[in-house]
Design a protein around this ligand. Structure first.
Ligand code: CAA
Length: 255
């Protein structure tokens, strides 16, 4: 059984984690398949935005505890199972997490590697690693702190508590909470809306926003300015501005 299912609905694609018997625990094999699927879609000009989802019961219950339980520090460092996870965050196209059920530990971290999180009212978020005698290892201490601020991130990570979708919304981790039956449709609707825009401008916007997370303000502003000016060499910029002046809808070709 494939660990990842890809549903193409051009111009978007839905990538689904498919390991229900383990609540979509993120084993190294699953992560390899996930990255292969995402990178293939990232390079496919017919796809302009990607939705990442799990099942109704579980987005993902974390990294696979059983596969790492017996490892020593030297062994896990040598295997470096988390290195492949970085490639999710390196996807250039807009990536929307549609979360229902558990998004715990590495599952919460995976959702935070996406650009936008849409959550079902059933979603449960948390960084539970502290309960296992470890800490988040796939970006949780950094991305959660950026998303919800230091005091709340400390509370989440040090307590190992589970938080509701409403609490995650209030904290600023997710951008929208929907009724249980609607989360995937809502994420697809947003992906379709985004897919109408210029793919070059989308990639530039994503790059500039992510630059704000790891550079001082002055550098981030400079990066934004460079990207802004670069877009004036694209046909999409000419088309976008021409369409505005002609009072019609633009047709972006990605060139
Ligand atoms: N790794 C491996 N297997 C997991 C798993 C995980 N993270 N989460 C769930 N499973 C497996 C269970 O072992 C169980 O399998 P078996 O039937 O073979 O025993 C199956 O999924 C169903 O799970 P439960 O019976 O536990 O289901 P539940 O509904 O009673 O509880 C849950 C659900 C609260 C999510 C519970 O499964 C749980 O606490 N899971 C672990 C969550 C966690 O601690 N995640 C952090 C992992 S470490 C990490 O992610 C490190 C990092 O930063 C990268």
């Amino acid at each position: 059984m494939p660990l990842i299912l890809v549903h193409r609905e051009e111009p978007i694609a839905v990538v689904q984690l498919n390991r229900p018997e383990a609540l979509n625990a993120l084993s190294p094999a699953l992560m390899q398949e996930l990255v292969a699927a995402l990178e293939s879609l990232d390079g496919d000009p017919k796809i302009r935005a990607i939705v990442l989802t799990g099942s109704e019961k579980s987005f993902a219950a974390g990294a696979d505890i059983k596969e790492m339980a017996s490892l020593t520090a030297a062994e896990i460092k040598k295997e470096n199972p988390l290195a492949v996870w970085d490639r999710v965050a390196a996807v250039k196209k807009p990536l929307i997490a549609a979360v229902s059920g558990f998004a715990l530990g590495g599952g919460c971290e995976l959702s935070m590697m996406c650009d936008i999180i849409i959550a079902s009212e059933t979603a449960k978020f948390g960084q539970l690693e502290i309960n296992l005698g470890i800490i988040p290892g796939a970006g949780g201490t950094q991305r959660l702190t950026h998303a919800i601020g230091k005091s709340k991130a400390m509370e989440w990570i040090l307590s190992g508590n589970i938080y509701s979708a409403e609490e995650a919304l209030k904290a600023g981790l997710v951008s929208k909470v929907t009724p249980a039956a609607e989360y995937l449709n809502e994420a697809k609707k947003l992906a379709l809306k985004i897919a109408e825009k210029s793919p070059i401008a989308l990639a530039a916007a994503k790059k500039a926003i992510l630059a704000s997370l790891d550079s001082p303000l002055t550098e981030g502003l400079q990066r934004e300015r460079e990207l802004f000016y670069q877009l004036f060499d694209t046909e999409d910029q000419k088309e976008g501005m021409q369409a505005f002046m002609e009072k019609r809808k633009p047709c972006f070709k990605g060139s």
